[in-house]
Design a protein around this ligand. Structure first.
Ligand code: AMP
Ligand code: MG
Length: 328
């Protein structure tokens, strides 16, 4: 009887596993391509969950966008040098965590990099080298230590006119985490949120296989040079191959060194694995600025975080616990 029951339970488990459906949708939000995949009981449940995920991304965009002049972030920027702006707990906490990551990375990651947006516009076009006076002016307005946070009033003040904050290096990772949290709360036991290369996964695919991600070789974008299983964690890649400018035929990517005001050079792409996409996103940008040696040294001291760096010489370097699987 016991064995019969066990067999029955096993069969039930097997059948219910098999009947799960993989539902997937791609769409554009936050100026980027997103894809949400969920393992659901049926198509209807999967589609409903994805719609809630999309609404969550829209909600976050309203909070953090620098383009939307009504966002809380734009209000902070508009009032730079004028006054404090009271914001939601959610944005206040995101700014607080951003400042902590600035401290961790010695200012390589810095949301106040954004005053450099006035000098640099990365659309793949050829430009002349910006004049050094404008660059120096933007640097004077950069510095996470200048951002004033009033914990009691949940208000933020950028004390210099021309100062600006931007969440380009952390916002997509944050959105991916929030969508995942929401879907898990909705009872979705497995899924993958891909925010233009900022990914977080939980559970397994509907055939029981782990989610798998391929790291593209930035020197030959048609090739994946390594595959990694992704289980209950996030992976984020920063690259300079999409947003850049050409100056005298030399490529300059969109990640700014906050100390110089110029685009950082030396790295083609960085990939960071972490429990949360938010920290992976911020660190992948920071390593670009820190350089591969200092960057990987930092990663090796952080628990549960790993990184892979491709230098502009085509060298692939990894933190201590990554094994490359180039033959797959
Ligand atoms: P990611 O693709 O996550 O590496 O983010 C790059 C984006 O972050 C850029 O397009 C800018 O919007 C912004 N950004 C550039 N430099 C920095 C920096 N040093 N710290 C924080 N954000 C930055
Ligand atoms: Mg980033």
């Amino acid at each position: 009887m016991k064995r019969y029951l066990l067999n029955f339970l096993f069969l039930f488990f097997f059948v219910s596993m098999q009947s799960q459906e993989l539902v997937r949708k791609s769409f554009e939000k936050m100026g980027s391509l997103f894809e949400i995949s969920v393992v659901a009981d049926n198509l209807e449940q999967g589609n409903q969950a994805i719609l809630k995920g999309i609404a969550e991304i829209e909600r976050i965009e309203k909070l953090i966008s620098s383009w939307d002049k009504d966002s809380e972030t734009s209000k902070i920027n508009l009032m730079a040098g004028i006054r404090y702006v009271v914001v939601s707990d959610e944005l206040f906490n995101l700014i607080k965590r951003s400042v902590l990551i600035s401290e961790l990375t010695n200012g390589a990651f810095d949301i106040s990099y954004a005053s450099a947006d006035k000098v640099w516009e990365f659309r793949g076009q050829s430009i002349r080298m910006p004049d050094s006076v404008s660059v120096a002016e933007s640097v004077a307005n950069i510095g996470y230590k200048k951002v004033i946070l009033d914990e009691n009033k949940k208000s933020v003040f950028l004390p210099r006119k021309g100062m600006k904050i931007g969440f380009g290096a952390i916002g997509k990772g944050y959105a991916a985490d929030k969508v995942r949290e929401l879907l898990e709360r909705e009872g979705i036991s497995a899924g993958l949120v891909n925010a233009s290369g900022d990914m977080t996964a939980w559970g397994t695919q509907n055939n029981g296989d782990p989610w798998s991600i391929g790291i593209i070789n930035p020197l030959d974008k048609t090739k994946v040079f390594s595959w990694f299983p992704l289980q209950h964690q996030a992976v984020v890649t920063s690259g300079d191959y999409e947003r850049f400018v050409l100056i005298d035929s030399v490529r300059y990517g969109h990640i700014i060194n906050p100390k110089t005001g110029y685009p950082s050079k030396g790295i083609l792409s960085t990939t960071v694995f972490a429990p949360k996409a938010e920290i992976a996103d911020a660190l992948s940008t920071a390593i670009f600025v820190m350089g591969h040696e200092v960057g990987l040294h930092l990663i090796n001291q952080l628990p549960n975080i790993e990184a892979l760096v491709i230098t502009d010489k085509g060298k692939v370097l990894t933190s201590n616990n990554i094994k490359l699987d180039e033959d797959k």
